[in-house]
Structures are given as C-alpha cells and as structure tokens.
Design a binder for this molecule. Sequence first.
Ligand code: BES
Ligand code: ZN
Length: 633
Amino acid sequence: MKLIQLSTFVFILILTSCGTPNKEEVTDASKVAEESNSFDRVWSEDEIDYHTLSNYMDVYVSHIHLDVEISFDEKKLFGSATHTIENPCNKDIIVFDSRSLDITSITLNDGEEATYEMGEYDELLGESITVHIKEDTKKVKINYSTSEGTRALDWLVPAQTAGKENPFMYTQGQAVLTRTWIPCQDTPGRRITYSAKVKVPNHLMAVMSASNPTVKNESGVYDFEMNQSIPTYLMAIAVGDLEFIEIDERTGVYSEPSMIEACRYEFGDMGKMVDAAEGLYGKYQWERYDVIVLPPSFPFGGMENPRLTFATPTIIAGDRSLTTLVAHELAHSWSGNLVTNSNWNDFWLNEGFTMYFERRIMEELYGKDYVDMLALLGYQDLQASISSLEPKMQMLKLKMKGIDPDEAMTDIAYEKGYSFLRLIEELAGREKFDVFIKDYFTTHKFQTMTTEVFVTYLQENLLEPNSIEFNLNEWVYESGLPENCLVVVSERFNSVEAQLTSFYETNNANSVTPKDWSTHEWLHFIRHFKPETTVDQLAILDDAFHLTQSGNSEIAAIWFEKSVNAGYDKIDVELEAFLMRVGRRKFLQPLYNALAATPEGKQKGLDIYVKARDNYHFVSVSTIDAILGYSPI
Ligand code: BES
Ligand code: ZN
C-alpha cells in the first residue's frame, strides 16, 4: 500500500501542473478519470469550470461545517461556514465564491484573524473572496449573513403555505446559487462532505440534503451530516411546519401536515422505484431516499438534493400519474449525484442519463406502453426545442462560458441526451448496454465526468469491443437532430389522435371517449389541438370534460395555454388563480409567453404578474421578467 502511494506521488510530481491546466501540457482527457478529490489529479482543459471564481484546481475544500441560524423576522440566514481545506501545492491564497453575502470576519484554524479581499461584482458569477492562508492552514471559517433578496432562498409567509399558519423557507442551489447562501467554492468540479448545526424557530423543523430528523425537537436546533461527497449545488435546506411519514424502511415523505395523507398515497410506489433502480444499475449509495413536498412556489418540478428530493406539490394529482418525477430525481442518485457533470458544459451527462434511467425505472414498474407515452411526449418537446433554439444551444456538449448555466436547462440536455442513449441501447442491445451503464456508474462513482471522458469510455468499453459504428460526433458535438434518431411509436396515442380527428370532423364531444385515459393521453390530445381551433370547439370540450377545472396541473397548464392562444376566456378566473398559486417555471413560462403574444394578453399577463411575482422564486422571476419586459421599480 505504502509503495503504491509513493509511486503515485512521483507520478504527480511529474505529471500535474499543480493547478489550473496548462493548455499545452495537459490534453489527455482519459487521464482525468481519477478520484476527483485525490491528490493525484491531472486536469484537462475540458474540465475547466468557467462558472466559479474560485481557485478550486489549486486549493480545495474537502468538508464544510455550517453553523447557522434562520431568522424569519429578518429573512436572513446567519452564522459561519468552516471549510476544511487541502492545499497540496502550498498556495498562499484560497478563493471562494459568494454573491450578495455580508462577510463579517474570516479566521484560520483555531481563530487567528485572516486577511481577505472581496473581488469586484460580476453580474454572472458574483464576488470572489480571496483569503490569505499559510502552510499550516487547515481550516478557514467565514462568518457571514445572507442579505435581502438572496437568490437561492425563498421566504414564504404563512399565506403561501398549505397550512396558512407558519412561514416556510427553502433553498435552490443548482446551478450557481449555493454561493448566494453559503460562501464556498461553488463548482461541480470538486466534491465536499458537510455537517451542519441549524437553529430555527422552535415550532418548525429543518431538513437538509443530509441525515434528517423525523420529528420536531423542543430546542429548534438540528444537526446534520452528509458523509458522502457531493458537489456544492446539492447542498440544500428547507424549514417549515413539517411532518414525516414512512413509505417503507428506507423511503419516506416530508410535507406540511395537511398534505401528508395525500402524499402517503401519491408516493406509495417510491420504495419499489428504489428497488427497481438498484436492480438496474447497482446499489443505492445514499442510505435513505426521502422526498419533501414543498409549497407551490418551488420553481422546479423536482431537485435531486441527495437523500432528500425537493418536489413541487403540483405532482400530487391524486392518481400517481405524475410521479415519473420521483423516478427522475431518484435516478439522479446515480447520474448526477454519484457521477457528476464536471462543469455546466456537460450538463447533458446529468440530465440525459437521468431521463434514460427514469424511463427504465418506469418501465419496470408500469410497463413499456406507459413509457412509450412518456418518450413520445419527450420527443415532441425535443422537436419543439430544435425548432426554437439557436444552433449553438442544440449540441449535447455546450460552450456555456459567459452564459448563465440556467440556460442549459433545455430539452437538448434532457431529450436529445435521452435519444442518444436510447440509440446506443438499440445498437448494442439492452443486455450489453445495461452492463456498460452499471459499470460506468460503479467505475466513476463519487467522481466528476466530462463529455470527452465519457465518449472515450463508451468507445473503449462498448462500441469498439462490439464493432459498433455510428455518427457519435454528430450526436454529441453538432446541432439539430441526427436522422438516425429513433422514432417512438405509442399505440395508445394513435387511438387518441384518431379521436381528435373525429372530433374535428363532427364537432361533437361524443367522438372522444377518454374513460380510460391517463394524464399522458390527455396531454397528447390537448397538445395536438390545431392552431385554428375555435373558441366554440374549446367550449364543447370544456362542457363535456371540465378541463378548466382540472385538478391535474399538467393538464390544466396545457389547456390554459391552448385556450389563451385561441382567445377562449372562460378560463380567466382559473388561469389567474393558477398563476397566483403555482411558481413552477415549466408552467409559468409557456403561459406568460402565450399571454405576451398579443397586446391585450400581455396587459392581462402583467396585471396578474404584479400580484403574483412575490409568490415566485428568483429562478422563475428572472425568466418571467424577461418575457414580460418587467422590471420592478
Ligand atoms: N436538476 C434538475 C433541476 C435543475 C436543472 C435545476 C438545472 C437547476 C438547473 C431536476 O432534476 C430536473 O430535471 N427537474 C425537472 C424534472 C422533470 C424532468 C421530471 C423539472 O423540474 O421539471
Ligand atoms: Zn433532472
């Protein structure tokens, strides 16, 4: 063992440039597939994260201890973040990311005052904190507080919660928002473990992406541990009037008490999902898998915070029809959380793999017919994205330098990524593909991954041994959708289309017989309304099927969009109520876009938005401000 370490050490001295890569020296990406936090590290150019101001390649953090208090009165989180650092090349500064944080003081090791400088404010990246360190510096403690309008944090007043009696707060870290609530080296290029002591008002409970309490305690002080290494974008906390119920021994749900019973039913298959996922691609590495259902302002459907997926309440449909989202966030426990995109250019590695894995889990539980519907809806999204996105955003491997990484969240990463993997599955055969994917996760667990390393690994371990040749470069590095993209066929959707055709021929709702339709058939039906559909035709369907009153958020959202496009105003009351309550960007964006298409619609949208804006998280606000050209005074 000693011998191996010694030889590795000699290897490092020869090969690493000890820090930021020298473009001429380091080009062999295949050498990068080493433990990402280990000493023997050769960085390739592809790994450079342009969305951090930190010097994470030179000096890096291995553990963060948070000691913070949460004040709902001041809408502030304050306390300290103590970083345990590794400084193999004996540098004299460590640089952290921050954004709109008030740094009060910084100390080294056991309390020695440190000198530090704040960098200039960068609109995209925030402000760097450069701390001067010494050879013996092992710990850097940053005392700080968040400020008004901190981007990651959403502070909700009681009226914005289900129970209406207590405030609520949650964070959203991905992609570059963790630096707005924790000063840290905010890059997926390094992994940290973390621990935390969090004080909250004593009638509330705090939960994190870590080991969690299941009951409230009197003191309002909660301790957390995350012993598996993660990138900082997965650090997360939620505080509110929370209750926990178990689904099985290792899965459960947190929500406000008034929703817990609905959650018990909706998420009843969660344990089976974890079993199915393990059966496919290897042991679940995070011990527990729980979900927290947040208030409706949560800007995403779900966020894969390890051990504790954060989810929107809009997936509670009463019939488990929207729990694909749970399979998705669970799948990230392998793709994303275990093998992590090296930087935001490689975002498709997180999301494309997760879409593929998600559908495999769903196939195990609900069969191929069900998944064909999901895949076809996804393919429709992909085609829409290809026709609307500029070519440089249509590659799997992106060039996000200078661009907000949030903009990488398109169907290219998700659905083109899915289609690419689905094609390889087809070429290799499922059996070989599954062995390959399982090995890929096992070999690279708790590491970061670049597109280039993945491609090399794919060639060496699956394509070459099986003499598979195809237009791989076109798929990964070019825009558009290659011609050999598999076309999904869904028998169930074919029947839906036939019924829609006959409705247009007859204008009679009796030609539509949706008795056995799932949510997905409804979505396919409404998505395929012709652009020239009249207000009268919408009224016939609405009278027969009460779509305006649908309690299913996906069905309601697409119905509202089509209604706005057609000028069908019987939806107005429900549309406004929906926009006031729900903050999920995936729904808000198309709805405000549809409204903004006409001058009257835009005014209607603005009138609602000025009232609703406070109910939305920063992530959604930034998108909708741009759609409506709105800027607060
Ligand atoms: N990790 C994403 C959410 C995300 C992506 C947040 C990029 C910030 C930046 C999450 O896993 C996700 O993909 N959510 C989807 C779920 C859907 C595809 C089932 C969502 O929220 O719509
Ligand atoms: Zn995802």
